[in-house]
Ligand binder design. Structure first.
Ligand SMILES: [Zn+2]
Ligand SMILES: [Zn+2]
Length: 169
């Protein structure tokens, strides 16, 4: 979806609303997370006195991430708030060289680009399938949530644990 801003840029004070249905399927971080759902929403675009363009919208998305410990799929629902302003000069949007993800190129707005950026910024840095996820065995890769594996724990750490116990008691 593309929104041509040429008309809005020429009319100070005008405000318009655009229903957005996202076509974003993935959010790309170093990993690529599938987007399960993004609630359709209205993007409100306003020309503020011919000087600035305001772009606002709120929605929710469900992203399929992975548990940091056991790597199982984990769904996370994120609230997204788009709230941006762009300077208008000579009835066009001034490109911001500093902002690589401005979402606007040649007076055409890409809601998907804005959404990609907002989702990326909203991703939690830590993801666990549950607080006490036991994770995977570092030796055999078994999911320790489903029971202990047959690997021997390194002897050193056992002795250390016993020694510490002795101190506490
Ligand atoms: Zn887990
Ligand atoms: Zn193991």
């Amino acid at each position: 979806m593309r929104i041509d801003l040429t008309d809005i840029c020429k009319k100070p004070g005008i405000e318009r609303s655009f229903p957005v249905t996202s076509e974003v399927d993935f959010v790309n971080t170093p990993e690529s997370y599938p987007i399960k759902q993004l609630v359709p929403f209205d993007l409100s675009i306003a020309n503020m006195a011919g000087k600035r363009l305001s772009v606002k919208g709120e929605t929710q998305t469900t992203v399929i991430m992975r548990c940091d410990r056991c790597l199982k799929d984990v769904e996370r629902t994120l609230s997204l708030t788009i709230d941006r302003t762009y300077p208008i000069q000579d009835e066009s949007i001034v490109p911001d060289e500093e902002d690589p993800v401005s979402g606007i190129t040649d007076n055409v707005l890409s809601p998907d680009e804005l959404l990609q950026d907002e989702i990326f910024l909203s991703l939690p840095s830590k993801v666990l399938c549950r607080e006490d996820c036991k994770g995977l065995c570092p030796l055999c890769g078994a999911d320790l949530n489903e029971g202990a594996c047959r690997c021997e724990r390194p002897a050193g750490s056992l002795q250390m644990a016993k020694a510490l116990e002795g101190i506490v008691l």
